[in-house]
Ligand binder design. Structure first.
Ligand SMILES: N[C@@H](CCC(=O)N[C@@H](CS)C(=O)NCC(=O)O)C(=O)O
Length: 251
C-alpha cells in the first residue's frame, strides 16, 4: 500500500489520522503543510476540499478524519477501529461525530486566538514537522498566515470566549463516555483517537490544562497522545477562564 498523509503540524484531526494509521500498522509518508498554504496544495494535489487530514492511498483520495477512518477500516479490518457489536458501534460513532463536529473547532479557535496574540509558541507546535523551510524562518514570517487562519476559523474574542465557556460541558460529555466504557477501553477505538487528540491539543495551553489534566478526559489524552507537540503559555484573559473554575462566565 502506498499511503501519503497530508497534514498541518499539530493538527488534531491530522494527528488522529496518524494514530489510526499506526493502530492499523499501515506504513505511510507524511507531507506537512503550512496552514492556509495547505488549501492550495490540497487543491493542486486533486483533493476536492481544502482541509487536512487528506490521504492518498494507492492513487485514490480520501479527505476528512471520519471518511479516512472508514476507508482504513475497509482496507485493513484488523485491528478494528469500530466495535463489531452494532449497539456499541452506534455509541462509538456518536462519540466520534461529537469529537469531529463539537469538540475540534472550539479548541482550534481558542488556539488561533492565542497565536494571534503571540506567535512565539508556533515553533513548539511545529516540532518534528518538515515544512520545507527552517522553522525559525517560518515562525518569523508567519504573521499573515496566523492572521488568515484566525480569520478563516473565526478565532475572534466572541468565539474564543464562547469556546472556553462550552469546554466544561464538552469535557463532562467525554468523562461520561469514558465512565460508560464507550471511550478509554482496553482496545482504543476511532472515537478515542478523534476525541483524545482534541483534548490533547487543549492541554497544550497552560490556561486550559489545569481544568482538564486531572479528570478522566485528561487521563485519556495522556494515554492516547502523551507527547502532543506544542505549548502555549498563559495568554487568555483570566476573566474568560471563570467557567473552567466552575464560576459563571463574566459579562
Ligand atoms: N473536521 C475536519 C477538520 C478539518 C479541518 O478544519 N482541518 C484544519 C486543520 S486542524 C485545516 O485543514 N485547516 C486549514 C488551514 O488551517 O488552512 C476533520 O476532522 O477532518
Amino acid at each position: 500500500m502506498n499511503v501519503r498523509l497530508f497534514t498541518i503540524p499539530a493538527s488534531h484531526p491530522g494527528l488522529a489520522t496518524e494514530l489510526m494509521l499506526q493502530h492499523k500498522g499501515i506504513a505511510y509518508k507524511r507531507t506537512d503543510l503550512l496552514p492556509v498554504v495547505s488549501k492550495g496544495v490540497l487543491r493542486a494535489a486533486g483533493f476536492p476540499g481544502v482541509t487536512v487530514p487528506a490521504l492518498k492511498i494507492d492513487g485514490s483520495k480520501v479527505q476528512g478524519s471520519r471518511p479516512i477512518a472508514r476507508e482504513l477500516e475497509r482496507l485493513r479490518p484488523e485491528p478494528p477501529l469500530f466495535p463489531a457489536d452494532p449497539q456499541q458501534r452506534a455509541a462509538v460513532e456518536e462519540a466520534e461525530r461529537f469529537g469531529d463536529e463539537r469538540l475540534q473547532h472550539p479548541v482550534r479557535q481558542i488556539l488561533w486566538w492565542g497565536m494571534k496574540k503571540d506567535r512565539a509558541p508556533l515553533r513548539s507546535y511545529s516540532e518534528g514537522a518538515r515544512i520545507g523551510l527552517p522553522i525559525g524562518l517560518a515562525v518569523k514570517t508567519a504573521a499573515p498566515i496566523v492572521a488568515l487562519s484566525a480569520r478563516f476559523n473565526e478565532a475572534d474574542d466572541e468565539h474564543a470566549r464562547q469556546g472556553i465557556a462550552e469546554l466544561p460541558g464538552l469535557l463532562n460529555r467525554v468523562d461520561e463516555w469514558i465512565g460508560a466504557g464507550v471511550l478509554g477501553g482496553e482496545q482504543l477505538n476511532v472515537a478515542d483517537f478523534q476525541i483524545a487528540t482534541s483534548i490533547g491539543l487543549a492541554m497544550t495551553l497552560d490556561d486550559l490544562r489545569p481544568a482538564i489534566e486531572n479528570r478522566p478526559a485528561g487521563a485519556l489524552a495522556k494515554r492516547v497522545v502523551p507527547n502532543y507537540p506544542g505549548r502555549m503559555p498563559a495568554i487568555l484573559p483570566p476573566a474568560w477562564l471563570a467557567p473552567l473554575r466552575g464560576e459563571p462566565a463574566a459579562a
